[in-house]
Ligand binder design. Structure first.
Ligand code: NAD
Ligand code: TYD
Length: 364
């Protein structure tokens, strides 16, 4: 039986990935190591509690004894490393924890796996997938060609710099030790279970409550949006069939300005909840994020040509599924919006955005 360690499995992509692998590889034993920070939610996977092929371990990847003892206790042969601090705005407010989790935590996992696997035969099938982001390549201009796997790194924020450092550690383990690592760099994900600090679920929450939907700067910054289930399928392809030591870009080729994206999101919300009326007037331009990257775009030819992976879900379809999920899970949203979350929003956006409500909700 394959034993797969998933780190950060109680977060957004992790929850979707655990569910995806459970469905398509039902025989695998999944171990989910997650610290349960503000972004991790055990409720997401509560229905797996009695499953003998699922083990949840609450622990910190930056704590060496936690990580090394896990490899001693279980015959882990595969790792999908998702655990990270992930929000750019939080990395600007408090960068230290990003270095600790994203750099030291990744080092601990690489080193514990290297020590556990070094005397195993090649046919043991050990593989370590380090999951990273398109943000490591830095900001593109509107007309620049998309980044390929060999584009230079130029991270801008403490978040992307800490992910870049982790990527290079992973690359060094392949070069120095022949360690069986793979790296993926993916564009912005969206879909069910995303914590409502990121643009799409945050805009949706604000719009549902008739509060301002803040857009940084003039809303011209461009991101490429991938539905999370497409990302999960790509991760499994790379884990199973990717070439060791290689990097794979994963993206949707669905670039939009932030303003275009939020307008589309609010239009879909209005179609699904006509009782709310037109919420476009809630869009509010607020001061720009410091060091805000203008555009991310990825060339995804390599994963398409070598592994045959392509995104299946269009942006419009993915947004419809996402809005539907959040509308059906408003109790989930209520529970994750804790005191810590509300304090973060006040620090980040100020009282006006967090508390102010439209005078009359539901107007046309
Ligand atoms: P998330 O913030 O939703 O979840 C992160 C998870 O990691 C949480 O469950 C949290 O509890 C856990 N965690 C944090 N610190 C930990 C620690 N010290 N030890 C153990 N667990 C810890 O993140 P996400 O959006 O699901 O992203 C997952 C991964 O994918 C990250 O590595 C991120 O860099 C990468 N990624 C995300 C996106 C995106 O758009 N969300 C895009 C590309 C790459
Ligand atoms: P985000 O979801 O934080 O992802 P990332 O910064 O990792 O790309 O933000 C996506 C884009 O939306 C980014 O350009 C910043 C912008 N943004 C806003 O304009 N307003 C917001 O309230 C948030 C959270 C993000």
């Amino acid at each position: 039986m394959t034993t797969l360690l998933i780190t950060g499995g109680a977060g957004f992509i992790g929850t979707n990935f655990v569910r995806f692998v459970r469905r398509v590889r039902p025989g695998w034993h999944l171990i989910n190591l997650d610290l349960l920070t503000y972004a991790g939610n055990p409720e997401n996977l509560a229905d797996l509690a009695g499953d003998p092929r699922y083990t949840f371990v609450q622990g910190d990847i930056a704590d060496w004894p936690t990580v090394s003892s896990l490899f001693a206790a279980h015959p882990i042969r595969r790792v999908v490393h998702l655990a990270a601090e992930t929000h750019v705005d939080r990395s600007i407010l408090d960068p230290g924890v990003f270095v600790r989790t994203n750099v030291v935590g990744t080092f601990n996992l690489l080193e514990a796996a290297r020590q556990a696997w070094k005397d195993l035969p090649e046919d043991a099938g050990c593989r370590f997938l380090h999951v990273s982001t398109d943000e490591v390549y830095g900001s593109l201009g509107s007309e620049d060609p998309p980044c390929s796997e060999s584009s230079p790194y130029a991270p801008s924020s403490p978040y992307s710099a800490s992910k870049a450092a982790a990527d290079w550690l992973a690359r060094s383990y392949f070069k120095t030790y022949g360690f069986p690592v793979l790296i993926t760099n993916c564009s912005n994900n969206y879909g069910p279970y995303q914590f409502p600090e990121k643009l799409i679920p945050f805009a949706l929450c604000q719009a549902l409550e008739g509060k301002p939907v803040p857009i940084y700067g003039a809303g011209g910054n461009i991101r490429d949006w991938l539905y999370v289930e497409d990302h999960c399928a790509a991760l499994l392809e790379v884990l199973e069939r990717g070439r060791l030591g290689e990097t794979y870009n994963i993206g949707a080729n669905q670039q939009r300005t932030n303003l275009e994206l939020v307008r589309l999101l609010l239009q879909i919300l209005a179609e699904m909840r006509p009782d709310l009326g037109n919420r476009q007037s809630l869009i509010t331009f607020v001061p720009d994020r410091p060091g805000h990257d203008w555009r991310y775009a990825l060339n995804t030819q390599k994963i398409a040509d070598t592994l045959g992976w392509r995104p299946r879900v269009t942006l419009e379809e993915g947004l419809k599924r996402t809005v539907a999920w959040y509308l059906e899970h408003q109790d989930w949203l209520e529970r994750v919006r804790t005191g810590e979350y509300r304090r973060f929003l006040e620090t980040q956006y100020g009282q006006a955005v967090v508390q102010e409500k439209e005078p009359a909700c539901g107007g046309g």
